[in-house]
Design a protein around this ligand. Structure first.
Ligand code: NDP
Length: 344
């Protein structure tokens, strides 16, 4: 549960793990609900936005004292909904708890049955990362917003994370030159050795981000996939090529600013977008759900053909969930952060 609303960087102590009342493992008759056993939960930076008392966003805030919710993978135990039967695996918004009662007609839950092929050797948890919301964000953002062309230069921030690692690999499949930034040496090595980026650098070791970008992009950047916002976005604005594209995916560097922080968001160089005719476009993955089937087909295919890999950071047990979630804001996670709640 969320104990209280959060100002600044969230802490483990902002959350609590509680023993709930005993429940019957049944979907009540006439409820049109499904009762699911949660298997895996996804930790996502956007969840920080739901930890404050702000109602103007695209998702309502969590309620202090009540359970947190987020994307998860779960097994149907009992169903009062003709579309679902016991043992179906579902993905969508579920509770951070062992069992959840979900109403599939609630569109906000984005529930869907996970189709498992008989010959599937894809780990089930990948349906939260590579084949789930994070992977889809990378696919939709890169293809629909960035309009990539062969041989273009691409920069990705938070590049070893759940979204960034796939953006970089998709860009390589498009024949682009790809550079990623990340916050530790281990992540930088991972980007170059396992994830196939051409170059990578640790932004925390760069006193001058503009100079760092000029080192890797002497002729400028065609595409910037922005996961962090703030000072990195500002430095990128000095290095874009004419008619470059910036996909504003997320701004994790701003997500934990306290209410008293300055509101400039670190951006001083926006003017450069005019003479360079740069297009900046924010997007939500949920706007592109019509390409979800195509995404699944393509990315599953790339994975099966060993053209891409995926890195997960898995911790076990609901008690670990608060630490895993807050770790996103200090860069503790290496790859897609997932909490395993129960054995498959
Ligand atoms: P990640 O797996 O990348 O985890 C977050 C990472 O952000 C950390 O590991 C850390 O990596 C980096 N980070 C944390 N704090 C800072 C900071 N102050 N400055 C710079 N980097 C920081 O998360 P996701 O891949 O799940 O999400 C990436 C972005 O995509 C987020 O901004 C998220 O909100 C956004 N998003 C947007 C969606 C949309 O529909 N538009 C949907 C899903 C995600 P490091 O060690 O490298 O600093």
């Amino acid at each position: 549960i969320l104990k209280q609303y959060v100002d600044g960087i969230p802490k483990e102590t902002d959350m609590d793990v509680k023993l709930g009342d005993k429940i019957k493992l049944k979907a009540p008759k006439g409820s049109s609900c499904i009762l699911v056993k949660n298997l895996y939960l996804s930790c996502d930076p956007y969840m920080r936005g739901r930890m404050r008392d702000f109602h103007g966003s695209y998702l309502p805030p969590f309620v202090p004292g009540q359970r947190i919710e987020g994307f998860g993978l779960a097994k149907v135990i009992d169903s009062d909904d003709a579309n679902y039967k016991p043992d179906d695996i579902i993905s969508g918004i579920t509770g951070w708890e062992e069992y959840s009662l979900l109403r599939s007609s609630n569109e906000q839950l984005q529930l869907r049955k996970v189709q498992l092929d008989d010959d599937d050797d894809i780990p089930l948890s990948y349906h939260l990362g590579l084949l789930g919301m994070a992977g889809f964000t990378a696919y939709a953002g890169f293809n629909e917003i960035c309009s990539p062309k062969k041989a273009e230069s691409v920069f990705v921030s938070a590049a070893s994370g759940a979204v960034g690692q796939l953006v970089g690999q998709l860009a390589k499949l498009h024949g682009c030159y790809v550079v990623g930034s990340a916050g530790t040496k281990q992540k930088v090595d991972l980007l170059k050795s396992k994830l196939g980026f051409d170059e990578a650098f640790n932004y925390k070791e760069e006193a001058d981000l503009d100079a760092a970008l000029k080192r890797y992009f002497p002729e400028g950047i065609n595409i910037y996939f922005d996961n962090v916002g703030g000072t990195m976005l500002d430095a990128v604005l000095l290095n874009m090529k004419v008619r470059g594209r910036i996909a504003l995916c997320g701004m994790v560097s701003l997500q934990s600013l306290s209410s008293s922080s300055s509101s400039s968001q670190g951006i001083n160089n926006l003017y450069n977008a005019i003479p360079k005719r740069v297009r900046l476009e924010g997007f939500l993955q949920s706007d592109y759900l019509h390409v979800f089937p195509q995404f699944l087909e393509h990315v599953k295919g790339y994975y099966k053909e060993k053209k891409i890999v995926y890195v997960e950071d898995m911790c076990e047990g609901l008690e670990q969930a608060p630490g895993a979630l807050v770790g996103l804001f200090s860069g503790k996670n290496i790859g897609k952060q997932i909490v395993q709640v129960a054995e498959e």
